[in-house]
Design a protein around this ligand. Structure first.
Ligand SMILES: NC(=O)c1ccc[n+]([C@@H]2O[C@H](COP(=O)([O-])OP(=O)(O)OC[C@H]3O[C@@H](n4cnc5c(N)ncnc54)[C@H](O)[C@@H]3O)[C@@H](O)[C@H]2O)c1
Length: 402
């Protein structure tokens, strides 16, 4: 099959197996160059392990700390007519490369919100992994959740709360700056977004792992969050998704209280803005990312998911000096510290009102944004011949759930 990008709105519906493998190899290279982390985790469960922050965390745990990893994700293999998803190819590549390096790697492709997936993960940890997990990374980004007890489908929305909000955004199909208005959510939409992207499912995972005796004493768990800046607050932190992320903050505190006797450390990791499948779907964010990338690159502060994951492990969770990580007053790990630096944000605020369709490519790193977007799907790499025939079938050691 010859595979080219087919972009539809904010998603690319094709992915390239070789390009995805090279992306994973590149992330492994960056991780190895950082050297080993302090006394890192031994057995790691990553929920949402196939793309974005979850994949970077899995790579860092395995190739930076030598940890055994169990990855959970929801991806599609190829069919006769269609290539698989990027997350499928990333996971196939990770599994192959981890096993080649002598690292334990198992994966589950299924709905992480379901009790069945939790039960299979527990079974694998109990019977196959060789001991309880000492790190659980929660990195799901999903627009929908099937409630595990009732089967009800609940959808999250990206809306404001209270007032409509109009702001500049980029139409990535037309490469033009447009004004978008985001409407306020009703009470049900707020509640549903919290149910999908809040901390309830994270807590269900921790409860199930603990009850099954597969969560180590002194374990750490991190769920990823985003706070962002005043520019994006009306749509993000002060909107429906922000409510869900605040629920995640409360969940971390509850988990710390509830599992104090087992010395669990539950953190919310507030990460920086990066290009992922999830962030491309949020109005305003792609334009903000294009702008902040340019400023952070100019200041030598640029990071992608893999640099953030490495910094999380090296400078926060598993420091060489063995010290506990520094947190903000709410106990969160602030990996967005460089992005929120006063000089970076001041430059953003000055630039933001000036960006237009005419100057988009000059004033921002929109080219970098577009490049990274295509890279998510294994495209736009100089070392891949996209006109060559490639085998779309990447089978690997994965537990396939319905
Ligand atoms: N992208 C950003 O700029 C950014 C910034 C800060 C924090 N975060 C947070 O990081 C977390 C991960 O986001 P991302 O941007 O890496 O997203 P992503 O889209 O790259 O990854 C989402 C992951 O979740 C998995 N997934 C989705 N639904 C699932 C389901 N039902 N069952 C099993 N797996 C499922 C996918 O397979 C994938 O592995 C989110 O909590 C997000 O809010 C993202």
């Amino acid at each position: 099959m010859v595979i080219h990008p087919k972009v539809r709105g904010f998603i690319c519906v094709t992915a390239h197996p070789l390009g995805c493998e090279k992306n994973v190899l590149e992330q492994i290279g960056i991780t190895k160059a950082k050297g080993a982390c302090g006394s890192g985790p031994k057995r790691v469960l990553v929920i949402g392990a196939s793309t974005g922050y979850g994949l970077a965390s899995r790579i860092t745990a395995a190739f930076g700390c030598g940890a055994a990893t169990l990855g959970v994700f929801f991806e599609k293999p190829s069919s006769d007519s269609k290539p698989g998803t990027a997350g499928w190819y990333n996971s196939a590549a990770f599994d192959k490369l981890a096993k080649q390096a002598g690292l334990y790697s198992r994966s589950i492709n299924g709905d992480a919100f379901s009790h069945e997936t939790r039960a299979r993960a527990i079974e694998l940890i109990k019977n196959d992994m060789g001991g309880p997990v000492d790190l659980v990374i929660y990195s799901l980004a999903s627009p929908v959740r099937k409630l595990p007890d009732t089967g009800e489908l609940v959808r999250s929305t990206l809306k404001t709360i209270g007032q409509p909000f109009t702001a500049s955004s980029v139409d990535t199909n037309k490469d033009s700056v447009v004004q978008v208005t985001v409407e306020p959510a009703n009470e049900q939409e707020i509640k549903d977004t919290i149910a999908v992207m809040g901390g309830e499912d994270w807590a269900l995972w921790i409860d199930a792992l603990s009850k099954a005796g597969v969560l180590a004493d002194n374990a750490t768990t991190v769920a990823y969050s985003y706070v962002g800046t005043e520019i994006t607050w009306p749509i993000y932190w002060h909107g429906t998704i922000g409510q869900a992320k605040q629920h995640l903050d409360n969940t971390a505190q509850e988990l710390n209280r509830h599992y104090a006797a087992q010395h669990l450390r539950a953190y919310v990791g507030v990460m920086k803005s990066v290009v992922t499948q999830a962030s491309s779907a949020i109005p305003v964010i792609p334009l903000y990312v294009s702008m902040v990338f340019r400023i952070m690159k100019e200041k030598g502060l640029h990071e992608g998911t893999i640099e953030q994951a490495n910094r999380l492990f090296h400078d926060f969770l598993y420091r060489q000096d063995g010290a506990l990580p520094s947190t903000d007053e709410e106990g969160r790990l602030r990996l967005d510290d460089w992005e929120l630096r006063e000089d970076v944000q001041q430059a953003c605020k000055t630039l933001w009102p000036q960006v237009s369709t005419e100057n988009l490519w000059e004033t921002t790193d929109y080219a970098g944004y577009k490049h990274e977007f295509l890279r998510l799907f294994g495209f736009d790499r100089k070392d891949v011949d996209y006109n060559a025939d490639v085998n779309p079938d990447a089978s690997f050691d994965v537990v396939q759930l319905s």
